[in-house]
Write a protein that binds this ligand. Structure first.
Ligand SMILES: [Mg+2]
Length: 240
């Protein structure tokens, strides 16, 4: 048995793949993919937690990696009506016509993408977001240049992480980059043998206590490689 089998909980966008102007082009690099393969070969468990749909993620990851798409909400069929309702209400609130702003309906949420909105236009966008929040009983998940509105019955990342680690008694290492990841990290704060790594961005970020900061996707990769080397040594000592 592998004495230090770690459960890695990894976010995708901004953590394993750089943020792209066009989100459809975000991709796992060969180097990062190879690092994940090494984690699996070292006996660790690798879980990907993302708001992206399964089809998008499945193509990118090597087999053996567990994918939790749609923020871990697998029974999304039941929520379709909720999401449609949310979408209709948001449209009725007259979204501003801003260059670089888009509204997207996913299986579990309505996403407001503002990656390409100019700084001068941000106040108009903020006013709209405040209108939506005031009008609806929704959960707000703030990402990097995207705000997702989720029907209240949809599970957010923190809830999903809490559920996942309940079934795991060993160490858990969590890597993420945005506010929803920070919320999940807070949910893990009191768990023993748990480490959280936040990818630093240029934007204002609250850094929760006890969280390690890493620089970019390459920083994540370096950290993972370090852990592979460390656990390899520890496990060799353990078995000799
Ligand atoms: Mg992310």
């Amino acid at each position: 048995m592998n004495p230090t089998r770690i459960l890695f909980l990894l976010d995708f966008d901004g953590t394993l793949a750089p943020i792209r102007r066009n989100p459809a082009r975000a991709q796992l690099s060969k180097k990062t993919r190879a690092t994940l393969v090494r984690l699996l070969q070292a006996g660790h468990r690798v879980d990907i937690l993302s708001a992206r749909p399964r089809a998008f993620l499945q193509n990118q990851f090597p087999s053996g990696v567990r994918i939790h798409a749609d923020r871990g909400n697998s029974r999304t069929q039941a929520h379709r009506k909720d999401v449609q309702h949310l979408f209709t209400v948001i449209q009725r609130l007259r979204p501003p016509a801003l260059f670089g702003f888009g509204i997207k309906k996913t299986r579990i949420s309505v996403e407001l993408h503002y990656r390409n909105v100019s700084r001068a236009q941000l106040p108009a966008l903020r006013r709209f977001i405040a209108r939506v929040t005031a009008a609806l009983g929704v959960q707000k998940a703030v990402g990097r240049k995207v705000i997702a509105f989720l029907p209240v019955r949809i599970q957010d990342k923190a809830a999903h992480v809490r559920q996942l680690v309940k079934q795991w008694s060993g160490p858990v290492y969590f890597f993420g980059d945005d506010d929803s990841d920070a919320a999940a990290m807070r949910a893990l704060r009191k768990r023993p043998h748990t480490r959280c790594f936040l990818v630093a961005t240029n934007e204002r970020q609250k850094t929760p206590r006890g969280i390690r900061i890493v620089r970019g996707v390459s920083g994540v990769r370096r950290e993972l490689q370090k852990i592979i080397a460390q656990t390899k040594k520890a496990n060799q000592r353990g078995s000799s």
